[in-house]
Design a protein around this ligand. Structure first.
Ligand SMILES: [Zn+2]
Length: 241
């Protein structure tokens, strides 16, 4: 009887170990395409899915990506220790290094939008350098990757600032009282406004090697971006309520 119990215990330990190893093994996979390389992608990330997101963003941005490295994090603490921003951050792109870092909260439900958003950042650096002003970068990344929605009622309840002075959502010392959410929401709303006034793809092409700001007045008839934005937010808020 005692021997039987012993072998049962050994059997349980062996099964548990196999199960653990299988999970460990299944949680990391190699992805290597023309545009993306990753050595530790979760098993649910399939090459076909990566290709689909890459193609969509490349088409919108009219650019063939120079191969980006993608690093996955399974530990939130380790991820935050790497980027030093707050816990709301899902992913980070290191532009000069051409590397995208995806945190543990990037999952099956949000991968396309989050990864697409980061790919736009990588392309903006590879193709546009400084052509796209800071205050439009996050909005463009959201717009091109269909990431998130704009809450116009919330924006209308917030103070209006000179939108051209807005910087990086987490590093904007000139507007330290404004939340990262404010930066993302306003930037995305601005892109929606610009896209409603002129052809965004055309505007991006014109901006190559120069600044997009030069064309807002001539191509989109946006002479005073701040005044137009306040009118736009009021109109959208009214339409939604
Ligand atoms: Zn971003």
């Amino acid at each position: 009887m005692e021997n039987a119990m012993k072998s049962l215990k050994v059997f349980v330990v062996v099964v548990a170990l196999q199960f653990f190893l299988r999970i460990q093994f299944a949680s990391a996979a190699e992805i290597n395409t023309n545009e993306v390389s990753s050595s530790n992608a979760p098993s649910w990330v399939k090459v076909s899915r990566v290709d689909r997101v890459v193609s969509r963003v490349q088409r919108f941005m009219e650019w063939d990506l120079r191969k980006v490295k993608v690093v996955w994090y399974s530990d939130q603490k380790e991820f935050q220790h790497f980027h030093h921003y707050d816990s709301s951050v899902l992913a980070v792109t290191q532009k000069p290094e051409n590397t995208i870092h995806l945190g543990p909260r990037v999952d099956n439900s949000n991968f396309d939008a989050v990864f697409g958003h980061e790919l736009v950042h990588a392309i903006l650096f590879q193709k546009y350098k400084k052509s796209i002003p800071n205050w439009l970068e996050e909005g463009l990344a959201n717009y091109a990757s269909k990431h998130g929605t704009v809450d116009y009622r919330w924006i209308a309840s917030q103070p209006f600032v000179d939108v051209k002075t807005l910087g990086h959502p987490f590093l904007d010392s000139a507007h330290s009282t404004l939340s990262p959410r404010y930066h993302y929401q306003v930037s995305t709303a601005l892109i929606q406004m610009i896209a409603s006034k002129c052809n965004l793809e055309e505007l991006l092409q014109l901006s190559l090697g120069t600044s997009l700001e030069n064309y807002l007045s001539t191509t989109c008839e946006l002479d005073d971006i701040n005044a137009s934005f306040q009118t736009w937010v009021k109109k959208k808020n009214k339409a939604n309520s």
